[in-house]
Design a binder for this molecule. Structure first.
Ligand code: NAD
Length: 598
């Protein structure tokens, strides 16, 4: 595999960025590892650090502020080497991005078990985490960075696209078809979200944000999906980012239409597009904590407001008064003062968001904990608007639906086109899915290995997995397919400011569920399984788990896929049955999930 590294990475933690290597996963159907499970883990680790995929590959940072794929370059090299040597009945253990042991297990066991960023409760704070990180003892794994199943900005695109479609429906904009209800008003932070409706009506037109203007901020690895998600729904959107290079990167990758020279030009472009009913995304360089209040003061009509700056980590949110060039140095010099200033800026940012809500806009927190940070910054109305999960996503979680994704290890985009067609054939009735697959095929630029995402639920995902496995076995596809998901899923996360906000039974902070999910996936035959802390919303605020499996065309892979891809989303249905969601009870009864002691 050394031919995939342009030069040998330097071998110490804290290696200067300039000496890090350009990494690209090997392609094709020939492996150097002894099993496809190990080969796939190795390629996906490398893919996470491909410059096309990672936001700051030189620092091993994949996305989400400081979400890393490995603790250091030395650790990265050791993981790659160990995976190449790993026997098909051995399991590698990875502790916060560092390989720590190889154990004899069996061929049904995962090839890799990963635990990232976990801290004991009373110690689970950013300052303590950073102290331990500085000692070289841990790393921040975010969700799919440290668990090696990030697929670039596409990974969040469909969820963002469906969220904006649900926002449009909540605004009463759907002109045909069934607006089956997202289950919560946009104005309540305390809605139980226990609706039995589906947030993806099957005949909603694709252009249901036409004539609206969305304002958001944060055009990074995940936030960069927002402009394309809005324009795919037909709307106009203005996105603010302090870092011009992030905006330019999204233009280059087809996620953003253009970057305006200044705020006046940006406003002129998006309001004209809104009034003409045109889809257009415009980026503008600036600090959201200044630009949001400025736009509110100007009285510009904005219909939808959200945000995806890296607010979960105050050191990854730029406060007013600091230049981008000084960001890292200032944060490192005095993290406490930087945190205080970032929170003050977030308070100004969120105060403006609440102002837009008071003026009639649909406003929601997009999963970055900005309300809590603004509250810590002294703003007491921060929780006036809801998180996106109780507002729009919970009904999908109750069906075990979540961000199912797959990657072609061949590197051949045609393999993804074939799998797209196969998924469409498997679910002929699902018009929303067909619309998504068509649009994704036309508009999504692959970053790194070709990949696809689509939200599938309980008793759906395994159908796709088994079909892919058949296609690999028959030679229809030119290499194995890796199948995984985000940790943001129905049964794999406890995160009271995001996925489990406002659970019907008040169980928001109960973290047994993601641990059970990880244990079950390990027992079911996943190729690698991970348990993380702090992803999405920051240290102290979430526990979550991931699984990845591999369709290599063998009968054994089919057996494993049939279990993992049923059981994994099944934990989502189970979790929502337990919390009292009627739709989850119906799904369990209809699709044969055994949930004792109802
Ligand atoms: P990222 O670090 O790649 O990007 C964050 C962006 O915010 C950067 O481009 C940065 O320049 C910009 N930024 C920082 N401070 C700013 C300010 N004051 N004004 C304007 N721009 C500013 O992170 P990401 O991967 O895009 O994730 C963004 C956030 O969304 C994180 O908090 C992450 O945890 C969360 N997230 C949400 C979901 C979801 O499903 N909703 C999924 C993944 C991540």
């Amino acid at each position: 595999m050394t031919d995939t590294l342009d030069s040998a990475p330097a071998a110490a933690a804290g290696t200067p960025a300039s000496v890090a290597s350009v990494i690209r996963a090997p392609r094709g159907a020939t492996r150097t590892a002894k099993s496809w499970g190990a080969e796939a883990a190795k390629r996906m680790l490398m893919n996470n650090l491909d410059p096309e995929v990672a936001e700051r590959p030189d620092d091993l940072v994949v996305y989400g502020g400081t979400g890393r794929a490995a603790r250091s370059w030395a650790a990265y090299e050791a993981i790659v080497r160990t995976l190449d040597e790993l026997e098909p009945d051995e399991t590698l253990l990875v502790q916060s991005g560092k390989p720590v042991g190889v154990f004899r297990t069996h061929e049904w066991a995962p090839r890799v078990l990963i635990a990232n960023s976990n801290l004991v409760g009373d110690w689970a704070t950013w300052p303590e985490f950073r102290r331990l990180e500085d000692l070289g003892l841990t790393m921040y794994g975010q969700m799919t960075a440290g668990s090696w199943i990030y697929i670039g900005t596409q990974g969040i695109l469909q969820g963002t696209y469906e969220t904006f479609a649900a926002v449009a429906r909540s605004l009463g904009r759907a002109s045909t078809g069934s607006a089956t209800g997202s289950g919560a008003s946009t104005g309540s932070a305390t809605g139980s979200g226990a609706s039995t409706g589906s947030a993806t009506g099957s005949t909603i037109p694709a252009d249901d944000l036409r004539g609206t203007l969305t304002l958001t901020a944060g055009c990074g690895g995940m936030g960069g999906a927002q402009p394309l998600a809005v324009t795919m729904n037909g709307g106009a959107v203005l996105i603010v980012d302090v870092d011009r290079t992030r905006l330019d990167r999204r233009v280059a990758h087809g996620y953003l239409d253009e970057v305006a020279d200044d705020l006046d030009a940006a406003v002129a472009r998006v309001t004209a597009a809104r009034d003409a009913g045109e889809a257009l995304s415009v980026g503008v360089e600036g600090n959201a904590a200044e630009i949001f209040p400025e736009l509110l003061a100007r009285g510009i009509r904005i219909d939808i407001v959200t945000d995806q700056t890296s607010a979960h980590d105050p050191l990854s949110y730029l406060p007013i008064g600091t230049a981008v060039a000084d960001w890292q140095a200032e944060a490192a010099r005095d993290p406490e003062d930087f945190t205080r200033r970032a929170r003050e800026s977030m308070a100004a940012h969120v105060r403006a968001m609440v102002g837009f809500q008071d003026a009639g806009a649909a406003v929601f927190d997009y999963g970055n904990s900005i309300r809590r940070e603004a509250e810590l910054g002294g703003y007491d109305r921060a929780f006036s608007f809801p998180g996106f999960v109780p507002a729009y996503i919970r009904p999908l979680f109750a069906e075990g639906k979540g961000p199912f994704r797959w990657v072609a290890l061949s590197g051949d985009p045609e393999d993804i086109a074939k799998t797209d067609r196969a998924v469409a054939e498997l679910f002929p009735e699902d018009a929303a899915l067909h619309r998504w697959l068509r649009k994704a095929g036309e508009q999504v630029h692959f970053e790194g290995l070709p990949a696809r995402i689509c939200w599938l639920g309980y008793q759906e995902r395994h159908l796709a997995g088994l079909r892919f496995n058949e296609m690999v076995a028959s030679g229809e596809l030119s290499g194995p397919i890796v199948i995984g998901r985000d940790h943001l899923d129905a049964g794999s996360v406890a995160s009271p400011y995001r996925e489990t906000e406002a659970m019907a039974d008040g169980s928001d902070a109960i973290a047994d569920w993601p641990l059970l999910n990880a244990l079950l996936n390990t027992a079911s035959g996943a190729s690698w399984v991970s348990i993380h802390h702090g992803g999405g919303v920051g240290i102290g605020r979430s526990i979550h788990a991931g699984q990845v499996c591999v369709a290599d065309g063998t009968a054994l892979a089919a057996e494993k896929l049939a279990r993992v891809l049923v059981n994994d989303p099944g934990t989502g249905v189970m979790r929502h049955v337990d919390a009292g969601y009627d739709r989850a009870r119906e799904v369990a009864a209809e699709r044969g999930l055994t949930v004792p002691m109802w």
